[in-house]
Write a protein that binds this ligand. Structure first.
Ligand code: HEC
Length: 161
């Protein structure tokens, strides 16, 4: 009987010990960044909001860029980019310039910076055409007048699959 009691105590101790260790290990759950469904009937404001979410989430833009930082960083600050996009590259409208900076970032390198921005439409970031439209609408809203909708056709857009 005494042995049985000791055995029980020992078992409880061991179990307790491992439960304790188990709790110490950080339990991290990784959720994929949520992306809002892009619907053809979204309002401009909803599209801009979705673009903002993509810029901070799936687009991983904020891993490099800041928006409205007070000090210049290693990467161009995107604050006010909507206002300057139309005059960055001669012959390109703001929408054409922003589309080029996402689909073909090395076609134009902002003065004072080095190439190094990944092609956003390709893996691993791999934004879809509608997601890129949402991002452009959001970028336009940073100092400019958003004109892009999900109906806007960009010449870089891939044929629907
Ligand atoms: C790995 C770092 C990196 C990531 C991630 C990145 N960029 Fe960039 N981006 C750069 C660099 C470097 C430049 C400057 C060189 C150039 O012009 O290509 C740039 C330039 C730009 C410009 C031109 C800015 C201007 O003032 O004309 C825009 C717009 C832009 N990025 C938007 C984005 C958006 C939107 C995303 C996310 C979908 C993104 N970037 C993700 C590094 C990055």
């Amino acid at each position: 009987m005494k042995t049985a009691l000791k055995l029980l105590l020992f078992t409880l101790l061991v179990t307790g010990f491992y439960t304790y260790i188990g709790q110490m290990v950080p339990q991290t759950e990784v959720h994929p960044p949520k992306t809002r469904e892009l619907r053809a009937d979204m309002t401009q404001d909803e599209l801009i909001e979705a673009g903002q979410e993509i810029v901070g989430g799936k687009g991983t833009c904020l891993g490099c860029h800041t928006i409205g930082a007070d000090k210049p960083g290693r990467f161009p600050d995107l604050g006010g980019v909507g206002a300057r996009a139309g005059s960055r590259k001669p012959g390109l409208t703001d929408v054409e310039y922003l589309a080029e900076s996402l689909y073909d970032p090395n076609a134009f390198i902002v003065e004072g910076y080095s190439p190094g921005m990944p092609q956003i439409s390709k893996s691993p970031i791999g934004l879809t055409d509608p997601e890129i439209l949402a991002v452009i609408a959001y970028l336009q809203s940073l100092g400019g007048e958003p004109s892009v909708t999900l109906q806007t056709h960009l010449k870089q857009a891939r044929a629907p699959k």
